[in-house]
Design a protein around this ligand. Sequence first.
Ligand code: C2G
Length: 152
Amino acid sequence: MKRILTYGTFDLLHWGHINLLKRARAQGDYLVVGASTDEFNTAKGARRPSYHQFEVRKTMLEAVRYVDLVIPEESWEQKIEDIRRFHIDTVVMGDNWKGSERFEHLRSFCDVVFLPRTPGFSTSQIRRDLLVDAVGRPAEVTVVDDSRMVSH
Ligand code: C2G
């Protein structure tokens, strides 16, 4: 039994997320997903609260057949304890995290694999596209602060 661990916010679940979870699961036999809590998202410096709150994102991840267990990600520091607690063999992340000390130091505890991100998909892109759909033209968006956007 090869056990895999990955982390993320997974907000407005999209093809990029699903494709990462599918490929991560294919690296082993059991996939644990650390889903960022709403508080940790703020601590991570997210520019705005996630569209779906933690419990909804957790339930949506649990509905994905590649996912075997969802745990809360509450801090940057919990990863080593998670690796030990869930007997993890490999941590898998999208390659936008490659070279980041948040993950590279985990190599002392398990394998760390970075997979190519799926191009063209992101939660913030979905938000922008929906805004364009709403106003019917590319919005000249002036970001005043994250919670208010003024389209001309
Ligand atoms: N991802 C991907 N392709 C995309 C979008 C996302 O492969 N088009 C991957 C990311 O690289 C990440 C995972 O999907 O591995 C989840 O992405 P996010 O929800 O954006 O997570 P992030 O904010 O990077 O949080 O401790 C680590 C953090 O919790 C990671």
